[in-house]
Design a protein around this ligand. Sequence first.
Ligand code: C5J
Length: 225
Amino acid sequence: MSILIEAEPAPLAAERAATALVIIDMQRDFLLPGGFGEALGNDVSRLAAAIGPCRAVLAAARAAGLLVIHTREGHRPDLTDCPPAKWERGPPGRRIGDPGPMGRILVRGEPGHDIVPELVPAPGEVVLDKPGKGAFCETDLDLILRNRGIRTLLVCGVTTEVCVNTTVREANDRGYRCVVLADCCGSYFPEFHATGLAMIKAQGGAGGGIFGWVADSAAAVRALA
Ligand code: C5J
């Protein structure tokens, strides 16, 4: 069955069975008051605003039988998968693996590493732990998508300019069509959110933007109904 997603710079037609929902890093530590993101001085409400729209799209995707993939950025407890160049960029005392307000910062199994309660993965949905910003880097995401015949990704999550943008660029180079849902994404920096979305749909024509398409949760819900 075909679906039509109203998007910019142009509408996109896709096969429903070849479409997946990818929700990137909606983790407590990035989104919740009292988490690591807020401890660094960020206004987490800018990210939390994406929870409601993500929830609506997640419900629509589940009802439509889409493959749903949730990613989490984080590392093994012994940090053997954390590149020193990533670790040393953290401020002393707030580095990956240090004790944070919701457990060890960006460490798998810690409360802050897990997904916010509103978006908890359902049984059978893929939970993909990734050590980097991009969801394809050192993971089996491409294998999973190819095995399921997926060609189009509906992309949600945080942050717009970091893990969402990196993943969309990786996906684009691997031949996937990416539709980023603007109100399902967020950044601590509003100008980066706007620019991150503008970059994806830039240089657009009838065939899409340079990296993909931008739509919103309402358009995705309508397309999946
Ligand atoms: C994500 C980050 N998820 N900003 N991570 O974007 O460090």
